[in-house]
Design a protein around this ligand. Structure first.
Ligand code: HXC
Length: 268
């Protein structure tokens, strides 16, 4: 058996990462670039995207950016088409862009619901739809959706995000079957609490909230964006060629450990 050499495994390939200007998206972009791929980060604001591109270039990788609000289907199609015109291909798409805030369901305004559904669920479909036109024509591609385990177990205060992420799981499984014979894989990754500014601000803004979240993780710590990117890069690579329609949970045991007391001991 030969062990694949993964150091340059994305050489000659092109990936688009939405929300690539920060957090997990930025780390995935770095990881793809570090393994020889060309990575295009997509987002609303030019400044953080440019910063990602400069960081990847400084590390010897190749990157570019495109500004686009994932909520605009027409602009998204234009952005993806422009990437393919320029680069000649699109091998991977990571739907990472997200919006979130904590609100009890009964206080959530219809507009608040819509903002998150538009970014997370609709935005992921728009990008997937646009990228799939090219991937299906080429007969290969990998689409990776960043979700959260509350897609299936729910979580108080995040009904908008949980519903959107749950929708993405259904979208993933449906399209994975539609496209499997045509070389396009569709998967999800479900990170647990990860050290990013965006999630920190939106979900664990105080030291007490942060401690409570950390106490609920059997591994006893948050993930680093880099370790989420490591798992993401596996699913984007040929090493995962036979994996489609799947959800890879990378959460330090968080969701399975929900019935465990925070000291990790059994209820004696
Ligand atoms: C209650 C809120 C609110 C809050 C916004 N709204 N923030 N309601 N509590 N904290 C309401 C507004 O009042 C408004 O409704 C509606 O939502 C839209 O708000 P806007 O600010 O106009 O929307 P917009 O500018 O489009 O911003 C979208 C956003 C924003 C989602 C609200 O936060 C955003 O763009 N965030 C992107 C970055 C982000 O959130 N990253 C974190 C992802 S972390 P009304 O009725 O007043 O008009 C993540 C991790 C998940 O997803 C997994 C963890 C384990």
């Amino acid at each position: 058996m030969t062990v694949p050499d993964i150091r340059n495994e994305f050489a000659g390939r092109v990936a688009v990462v939405t929300g690539g200007g920060s957090g997990i998206g930025r780390a995935i972009a770095h990881r793809y670039g570090a393994a020889g791929g060309k990575v295009i980060v997509l987002g609303r604001r030019e400044e953080p995207l440019m910063e990602t591109v400069e960081q990847i270039a400084a590390a010897g990788g190749s990157a570019d950016f495109v500004t686009c609000d994932v909520r605009d289907a027409a602009l998204m199609a234009e952005a993806i088409d422009a990437v393919v015109d320029r680069e000649g291909r699109i091998d991977a798409l990571v739907n990472n862009a997200a919006g979130n805030f904590v609100s009890p369901g009964e206080n959530l305004s219809p507009n608040g619901w819509k903002a998150v559904i538009d970014i997370v669920l609709n935005g992921s479909f728009y990008a997937t739809h646009a990228a799939a036109q090219h991937m299906l024509a080429a007969g290969s591609g990998s689409i990776l959706n960043v979700i959260a385990t509350y897609a299936w177990h729910g979580h108080p205060g995040t009904v908008h995000s949980a519903a959107a992420k749950g929708g993405i799981v259904a979208m993933t499984r449906t399209l994975a079957v539609e496209w499997a014979a045509r070389g396009v894989r569709v998967n999800c990754i479900a990170p647990g609490p990860t050290e990013t500014e965006g999630a920190g601000r939106a979900l664990w803004g105080t030291a007490a909230a942060r401690a409570r979240v950390q106490g609920g993780v059997p591994a006893g710590r948050f993930a680093s964006p880099e370790e989420i990117a490591e798992s993401a890069s596996f699913l984007m690579s040929d090493r995962a060629d036979y994996i489609t329609g799947e959800v890879l949970v990378v959460d330090g045991g968080q969701w399975l450990g929900k019935s465990v007391y925070t000291d990790g001991k059994e209820n004696a």
